[in-house]
Ligand binder design. Sequence first.
Ligand code: 4AD
Ligand code: MG
Length: 480
Amino acid sequence: MQRTKISKLLEATELDVDIHVKGWVRTKRGNKHVAFIALNDGSSIHSIQIVADPNTIGEDLLKGVSTGASISVFGKLVASQGSGQKVEITAERIEVIGVADPEKYPLQPKKHSLEFLREIAHLRPRTNTFGAIFRIRHAMSYAVHKFFNDKGFYYWHNPFVTGSDAEGAGEMFRVTTLDPTNPPLTEDGKVDYSQDFFGKETNLTVSGQLEGELGALALGEIYTFGPTFRAENSNTTRHLSEFWMIEPEMAFYDLTDNMDLAEEFLQFLCQYALDHCADDLAFLEKRLIDEDKVKPQAERSPMTLTDKLKFVVENPFERLTYTEAIQILSNSKPNKKGKFQFPVEGWGTDLQSEHERYLVEKHFKKPVILTDYPKDIKAFYMRMNEDGNTVGAMDILFPGIGEIVGGSQREERLEVLTSRMAEMGIPEEDMDWYLDTRRFGTAPHSGFGLGFERLMIFVTGLSNIRDVIPFPRTPGSAAF
Ligand code: 4AD
Ligand code: MG
């Protein structure tokens, strides 16, 4: 008899039928006459209650049914006498598949801190909190594909190993099979990468955009969705060294079309979470409310999780230029002292996340799209504006996050692009393949990148990016 998933049983309308479930024990309580086992199989935030009579099931066997053990249960689905659940299972036979020694199993039935759970990343998916997070992660991934597929975009697969630095920031992890202690050298004493595995210097991708542009200029509209690697030494709650990015790229889109698409996309994802992740969101929301109770008023979240998602769905995003934002920030009094921790240094410098969050949370009170940044703080591929100082960039800022999306219209004019590359010291010969798209049938095009884990922080309300990816990689930390 095949097992039935617990999520299905919890919705079942037919009672007193024979069923078979398998899963992991969350808790066991009871007495000599009856045992109540909460069983979870990962299909739902809810566990199902198994009622077991030690006389039928065997007292000795029930000893092996402890928190963390995996068991198989045959029994009948019946209406529950207790409060808190509609149905439960009366056990007829239980098999212990794998024991979990209560003396040694690290996940006891109590609330563990997220810091502790990070230390046992291999077991934390078995907790309610991480079960909820990773089910939502799945739902959001599916929603990404659904959104683009329904719009006729093609899922475009980029290489992870590449010879280019798309962002020009030099934050790459090198891929090499050369012996680091004794690499071959050229005549002028540099490492000779022509003798390396791929015959050239290669690294893990920092962004699939440039290859994505090749796809868009052939198939029209494409998107990528895959891991991205950055060797930036940012040990913050918003940065990972390995994160997942979604990068749509569209031929014949200008910056406004790009903003319209990004706004629709983010609103779709938030609505999808509201529609399809209600139980997991309700659990995480309660968790946040409980945490808030012990915090001082000032540190409490101003909005519940569902309110935040609705806030994105219901508010058209505010659109303004970087220059306008600098004016607003320069005239702002963000707190009682009237100062930002990092002062706004004026036109030409990058914004700090406290500035971004101020614009969203205090000034406009809605998501914000900032456009037309100074060329000197953006990548070489962004389209030069008429003024010669700014480029057609767009960053989307979210409450509690700051930048969640970065994108731009791309420079499609060959001469403008090559002179920009020369200014920035990017050798043309390395980028011949990219420049060919501008030499042959060039066309205006645009795209953006959504950091999937930044989206996940927003949707789940977790405050550390290490808690929304199964196996976080950050500077100094890549357990197994
Ligand atoms: O702004 P970024 O660097 O833009 C690009 O890579 C462009 N090539 C995207 C494009 O136009 N196709 O990164 C895009 C987004 C950021 O807005 C942020 O959400 C996320 O990726 N991101 C990170 N997320 C987690 N950890 C990091 N270290 C991240 N760096 C960027
Ligand atoms: Mg960016």
